[in-house]
Structure formats: structure tokens, C-alpha cells
Design a protein around this ligand. Sequence first.
Ligand code: NAP
Length: 294
Amino acid sequence: MIDGRTRLVGVMGWPVAHSLSPAMHNAAFEALGLNWCYVPLPVHPDHVGRALVGLRALGFVGANVTIPHKQVVIPHLAHMTPAAQAIAAVNTLWFDPMGDLCGDNTDAAGFLESLREADVDPAGMTALILGAGGAARAVAYALGMAHVRRVLLHNRTRERALSLVQDIRSYFTDIQYELLTAEELRQVAHAADLIINCTSVGMWPQVDACPWPEDLAFSPRAVAVDLIYRPRKTRFLARAEASGATIINGVGMLVHQGAAAFRLWTDMEPPVDVMRRALLEALGETESSGDDSE
Ligand code: NAP
């Protein structure tokens, strides 16, 4: 029941109409009996600064930030967590007791929690990251925090991968980073314990696309992770599974990045199972209606 005491959070993006986060967070508020509401906030790129002033003026507790505003909000923040600074992108905002706007990036924590759920500990592993966008940055930071030994990175646009490695290696000086060409990827792929697709290749509706070379097999001892959650089993994961590899999709990361934001806003332990159920239900609905945008 929305009334004069309802506390507000939401997600700022452009577009946001099909975000799954309102379903996930509102289910959590309802399960805990909290008088909170999570709303979609479509914010045109020209209005980001004004929208942030508006959040404060309207008494929002905080908000998630999604594409294309994850970097643009940074100059407006008074404080950023070390994760947000290293990743150079923010997905969660809140106002501290002084009213200052703070930013975190909970994607990294969400990714690690999704591995932990599957009993995968990256410590000492060789990880292969495909992609070099915002999600790849969060994953590279997360792997550093989890004491991975070596990171191999391949991206279509090499300069973007180079910039990722240059930024992240200063935080983790004892990790070995190597940029791979497509040919080098074939040669060293067998050395990877953990292979993470951080590209959008294979996301609905391009479900037949796959970021892994067609003629390259997965090692059966590898763990293959796809950050994509629509569809839940991408062609990348299906091929890895067929080779005997362990597979993890992007649903866990999505749930746990949301759970981490929920903790920041409410200072309460989120009902993760409720959030996952709401998300899967919403995903099921959008998958069957053929709708792909988050
Ligand atoms: P982004 O910043 O736009 O980066 C996209 C990445 O995909 C880049 O590395 C890009 O390569 C690559 N790419 C796109 N089209 C390609 C193609 N045709 N061939 C080869 N590479 C291609 O996006 P992002 O925010 O990092 O998100 C990436 C994926 O992660 C999306 O599918 C997103 O839904 C998913 N994600 C999931 C979660 C979760 O919670 N599960 C969280 C964040 C993101 P170039 O650099 O060459 O363009």
C-alpha cells in the first residue's frame, strides 16, 4: 500500500521500461513487509544531472543506474566505493546521512556471489574474459579481489581491451594480464580454468550467435560463465555444457547485484530467494512474449 510514508528507490536508465529490477525489488519489499517502492525512472541522456538533483529533492533513498548512465553519473557523486572507482562505472546510488550522493558498483560483488553459489572459487585460477565493456570491467575487478592468478582477455576492439588492462592492473600488481588476438585465443584457451562471456553476443534475439570460435572445443574441466540471462542458456553455455564443462548463467549475478543494492539502501538482509523467483517469473514472461530489452 503506497501512502505518505512510502520510501522510494528506482532505476535510472534510457530506456528502462523493460527492466526486471522493479519486479525483483518490489517482491523483496513485499516479502519483508517494508513500505518501500521501486520505480522505473526513464531519464534522457541530456537530463542526468537534473534527474540526480530531482532524486534528492523528491526524497529518494537511492537508485540503480543502468545503460547509458553508468559513467555519466560519476562527476555528480560526492563519494565512490573503491569498486566503483576501479571499475569506473556506478550501478547503485544512495544518499548518506549528510545528504551526499554516493555511488557503488555492485556488479562485481554480484558476479563473485554467483560463482560462490556454484562452489567456484577463482583463487589461483587462470581466467579468460571475452569482452571489454562495463561488465568485463566489473568482472576483471571481481577476479582481482578474488585472487585469480592470471587473466587472459580477448575483445573484438583491441584498444578497449588494452584500456581495461591498463586501468585494472594498477589495482592488482601481482596478477598476470595478457591480451589475446583471435589466433592466440585458440592457442591458449585450454589453459583457462574459468571462461567468462562478458560480451552481448548471444543475447536475445541473436540467440544463434556465440562469442566462442566455432571450431574450438571447451575443456571439460573448465567453468564457463555467461553474464547474459536472456536466454538463460545461451549457445555459448550450451556448447560448453556439451563438452562437459560446468556452466553458470547471468541470473545469479543479476540477483546478487540487486541484493547488494538492497543492503545499501535498507541496511537489511535481502530475501534472495524471493528476488530470484520474481526475476525468473518476469524473465519467463518476457521470454515467452519475445521481449528482450532490460
Ligand atoms: P557494453 O559495455 O556495451 O560491452 C559490450 C561488449 O560486447 C564489448 O566488449 C563489445 O565489443 C562486445 N560485442 C558486442 N557485439 C559484438 C559482436 N558482434 N562481436 C564481438 N563482440 C561484440 O555492455 P556491458 O554492459 O559490458 O554488457 C555486456 C553483456 O553483459 C550484456 O549482454 C549484458 O546484458 C550483460 N550483463 C549482465 C549482467 C548481469 O547481472 N547478469 C550485468 C551487466 C551486464 P567491442 O568493444 O568490440 O564493441
